[in-house]
Design a protein around this ligand. Structure first.
Ligand SMILES: Cc1cc2nc3c(=O)[nH]c(=O)nc-3n(C[C@H](O)[C@H](O)[C@H](O)COP(=O)(O)OP(=O)(O)OC[C@H]3O[C@@H](n4cnc5c(N)ncnc54)[C@H](O)[C@@H]3O)c2cc1C
Length: 392
């Protein structure tokens, strides 16, 4: 293999480069990115970088000279628009074609939009540095922020905005926050915690219609509640960035479909990060996760697969979230759980265990850092549910 092209210039890509060079690949590497920025870190965008304003240099994953030192040709500010897997060419939006014999798809995910909020000037999404910079300017003390969607990013933005002195309301269709990820019982803890910190939660309802005027944005909810907002954030999830693969023959189904080694349906093409849906043998199912550590580990694993290694990518997923004083850490899987045990271990700390088919599958630790590694090992070892309570 002599020419590798990596499409998507972010976290998974940087780790793919490290994986390629670290495992002896000496050919050409071209990195294609739609954004003009050098690859940067996204988790701070809803936390410290939103609080203080984003510092582009501090957020960079690597210094500019790292790319030269790793022999990477940068092709930034240009999206890939198509893929010809027969000719082995990536087609860029400016019609240039890049030949590859190995391709890493690392295009991540893009914030979903909500039809009723489309085109409104006071509505923000949060995915990029520029999004954070624009939103930060609007977070003026005393203003009213309405967040649509109580997922992790929505709740982090809510917490940051409260710390900046805004009034904050969160609207969520489900009966409690984070239901999709953590289920109702653990989600209930987040509802109470945010309410204690001054966030107004409107759960079990949705946005009905919106009117924007010079004075602000009027949001009417389905239950009749009317909220007058100065700023609105749509935190309604993300979708894998696969549009450019249409017609290429690379199989896509809510993400790029991969085998357990992160190989796609087309030879010489692997995928990594938020965009990849792969078979995780540890859980015996297809997963696609939008988590920082997953992008790091998949980037280097996909690079090794491209170089011919055949090992399965079978980690225990991990993510974190910071909201007010809560350090939220999660290992494993919570969805599909048939057993959940939530333990309040202090005013701002709790643990929730998730079991399925008689074994421990996941654990949520809030302000309980010491238990996390033990639960991770227990999920890896598929510890029986009856023994899970004694793990920590
Ligand atoms: C605000 C925010 C907060 C987060 N907080 C946490 C957290 O606390 N904990 C945690 O575990 N995870 C968190 N995450 C998730 C984590 O950042 C992602 O899982 C990670 O960034 C995924 O990396 P990636 O390289 O797969 O994709 P991305 O970071 O999404 O990057 C993909 C890149 O590909 C580019 N691209 C897309 N399409 C094309 C194309 N056609 N051609 C060229 N380039 C293209 C995009 O512009 C982008 O730069 C957060 C994410 C966000 C947005």
């Amino acid at each position: 293999m002599r020419q590798v092209v990596i499409v998507g210039a972010s976290l998974a890509a940087v780790h793919a480069i490290e994986g390629l060079r670290g495992n002896g690949f000496q050919g050409d590497i071209t990195l294609v990115g739609a954004e003009t920025e050098l690859p940067y870190d996204r988790p701070p965008l809803s936390k410290e970088a939103l609080l203080a304003g984003p510092d582009r240099e501090k957020l960079r994953l690597k210094e500019p000279d790292w790319y030269a030192a790793h022999g990477v040709r940068l092709c930034l500010g240009t999206a890939a628009a198509g893929l010809d897997t027969t000719a082995r060419e990536v087609v860029l939006e400016d019609d240039r074609r890049l030949t590859y014999d190995g391709l890493v798809i690392a295009t991540g995910s893009a914030a979903r939009s909500l039809g009723s909020l489309a085109g409104l000037g006071r509505v923000h999404a949060l995915r990029s540095i520029s999004d954070t910079a624009r939103l930060r300017e609007e977070l003026v003390p005393g203003r009213h922020l309405v967040v649509i969607g109580a997922g992790f990013i929505g709740l982090e933005v809510a917490a940051t905005a409260r710390r900046l002195g805004l009034d904050v309301s969160v609207v969520e269709l489900a009966p409690v926050p984070l239901t999709r990820v953590l289920g109702d019982e653990a989600g209930g803890w987040f509802r109470d915690y945010h309410a204690e910190n001054g966030v107004e939660l409107y759960c079990g309802t949705a946005l009905d219609h919106v009117e924007e005027s010079d004075g602000g944005t009027k949001l009417t909810l389905r239950d009749g509640t009317v909220l007058a907002a100065d700023v609105v954030v749509a935190g309604v999830g993300a979708a894998p960035a696969t549009g450019w693969l249409e017609g290429s023959g690379v199989r896509v189904s809510d993400g790029v479909v991969c085998d357990s080694s992160l190989r796609t349906s087309v030879p010489g093409v692997v995928a990594a990060g938020d965009v990849a849906r792969w078979h995780n043998p540890l859980f015996g199912e297809q997963l696609r996760v939008e988590q920082w550590l997953n992008a790091v580990e998949q980037g280097s694993h996909a690079a090794r697969s491209l170089l011919g290694e055949t090992g399965a990518f079978a980690p225990v997923p991990y993510f974190w979230s910071d909201q007010f004083e809560a350090k939220v850490r999660f290992v494993g899987r919570a969805d599909g759980a048939d057993r959940v045990e939530v333990r309040q271990t202090g005013d701002a700390s709790m643990t929730a265990l998730f079991g399925r088919d008689g074994v421990l599958r996941g654990a949520l630790c809030v302000n309980a850092p010491r238990s996390l590694a033990r639960y991770r090992q227990a999920v890896l070892n598929q510890v029986p549910w009856v023994d899970a309570a004694g793990v920590a």
